[in-house]
Design a protein around this ligand. Structure first.
Ligand code: FEO
Length: 166
């Protein structure tokens, strides 16, 4: 197997592990806000990323090439709001999609059909990953709008002095 491609696949295995790490940090931030439903969604995302890591790990072993772990960077651990968390997650997924597409291009240049076949699962998965995060962002924005409407309604309350009984 081409050495540069092995390097790229190892790099992606490590990036998937980093993805699980950053999502765990996001889950922890959401949990600290007592947003346990949001935190649960992110916990599932952590598990998905570990399963992606394992897919690369197993593929590299199946191809009988070297599996090399790298240091995992410290993830961000504070955000301005739950919306900022999910916007960051979408940005992150777009980076993953670009990396997968680059891997597909690299494998195509090398006519490595086995790797191309392996990567097809990730091509489809990335469409789903981005759509899932976009859906949460949309839902947070809708809730934000209802809060705005409720805030406007509550803002109309005025003090009416009690009528004095004669
Ligand atoms: Fe494994 Fe969310 O990309």
């Amino acid at each position: 197997m081409d050495k540069e491609l092995v390097k790229s696949l190892n790099s992606q295995m490590n990036f998937e592990l980093y993805s699980s790490y950053i999502y765990l940090s996001m889950a922890s931030y959401l949990k600290s806000l007592d947003l346990n439903g949001f935190a649960n969604w992110m916990d599932i995302q952590v598990q998905e990323e570990i399963s992606h890591t394992m897919k690369f790990y197993n593929f590299l072993h199946d191809r009988d090439v070297e599996v090399e772990f790298e240091a995992i960077a410290k993830p961000q651990n504070k955000w301005d709001s739950p919306l900022a968390v999910f916007e960051h997650a979408l940005k992150h997924e777009k980076i993953v999609t670009k990396r997968i597409n680059d891997l597909v291009d690299q494998s195509t240049r090398l006519s490595d059909h086995a790797t191309l076949n392996f990567l097809q699962w990730f091509v489809g998965e990335q469409v789903e990953e981005e759509a899932n995060v976009m859906s949460v962002i949309q839902q947070i924005k809708l809730v934000g709008d209802s809060l705005f409407l409720l805030d406007r309604e509550l803002g109309q309350r005025v003090f009416t002095p009690p009528v004095e009984k004669k």
